[in-house]
Design a protein. Sequence first.
Length: 469
Amino acid sequence: MKRGKTQTGSVVLPTHRGDVVYSCIECQAQYSLEEFHYTCPSCGSLLKLLDRAFDELKRVSGTKWRAIFDGRRVSNRHFLAGIFLFHELILPAVPPEDVIYLGEGHTPLIRANEDLSGWVGAPFYVKNDGLNPSASFKDRGMASAISYLNHSIRARDIPQVLGICASTGDTSAAAALYLSYLPKGKVKSVVLLPQGKVTPQQLSQPLGSGATVIELPGVFDDCMKVVEELAENYEVFLLNSKNPARINGQKSYSYEVAQQLDWQTSNLVTVLPIGNAGNITAVMEGFLDLYRLNIIDTLPTVIGVQSEHADPVYRWSMTGKYAPVPVRASVAQAAMIGDPVSFPKVRQLVEEHYQSRFFAVRVSEQEVMEGMLTANRHGHVVCTQGGESVAGLKKAVANGLVSREDTLVVDSTSHQLKFAEFQQMYFTDSFAPEYEITTRMDLRNAPVALDADAESVAGFLNLKRKGKT
Ligand SMILES: *Cc1c(COP(=O)(O)O)cnc(C)c1O
Ligand SMILES: [Zn+2]
């Protein structure tokens, strides 16, 4: 870090541009960022982004890094406002002027109230990633991937790009939003969705952003196969989490959690749903970055939650053997994935770094719904996947896997409103049998129709008249 010139007030601006390359997680081959890659051209495995100059960052002490990141929070510089506050750790190859910021990141960490903590069995926090611009954490990864695309378009003078993704709903909402910000003459936006397997709210998002929306029969895994083949054989920019630039943006979740806890992570346990396993990969990588730079002194425990209806990672964690599973109908629809693309990264991170600091928990569909509804009855606005996290934490507490003394953080990955139809199915007890969810009367709610006069409302509510005794 050069100081002096780059330091304005207490804000230290990023000067580290790093030496970032694609690096294969299996054969270790490296490739320049000058081309777009999604899998290793030599062996076909997953790629990650590697900053070969990362060790230069170690010249700054952990204490100093904490002060730098804390100092940037009060800066009004546009490019530091979102996930690129952690520029050195996200994608230092993208210069500040090419960063796209649409309001992502710095989502609130909200303390669960006493009643809800009592229900779960321990005090905890909800990090509400539904309060991102397209209402899910996917905006974090999209901000980095689209900033990289924006930089590439300018630096390499690319005339035309087609941004494309397959999605369980939220990736397409985020991709379409961020792509719509780039010049229309240069950038087109296409999303592939499994027909009938995203909510109406999620479908409305890419449509509203002007993307070409293509519906395919089957489930997400089928759409993913199509998009993988397209990315392999045609000139497209893939925006699934197979694109390692997405993972790097999503690491910001971990940096923020650590910062919001004043960098005290020694008893930290983070709980999040697993779908395609991109997010849990990013969260584990993010904490690892902080650990390597002495910004935190211990790695936290990471708990992945899966539904009984889509549980390949849970099965692997119990048996040590991985196999794709057929998925069944799930209200945690954004995580309804039978063969997670990023699983090999999860396995590597667990084997090499997290070991017993990682485990998976499995919950029923009924528990997912009750986790969501109960959280939302106590001041939260969590989605079904957030409900899955809450239910997973409750189970982990019940099974003695975490203690009341731990600092517990659950990820609500998107906003309640995206999944309003599952809430409605619950309230009206109209789930199709394959969901295996039955309504509990005490969690039901429905509007009451009355005449438009005060008498009838007061009568219905049993109100007492004022004064006049
Ligand atoms: C994508 C998504 C998930 C699953 O995340 P992965 O990175 O696919 O594991 C969970 N919840 C929501 C709301 C999502 O959009
Ligand atoms: Zn390789």
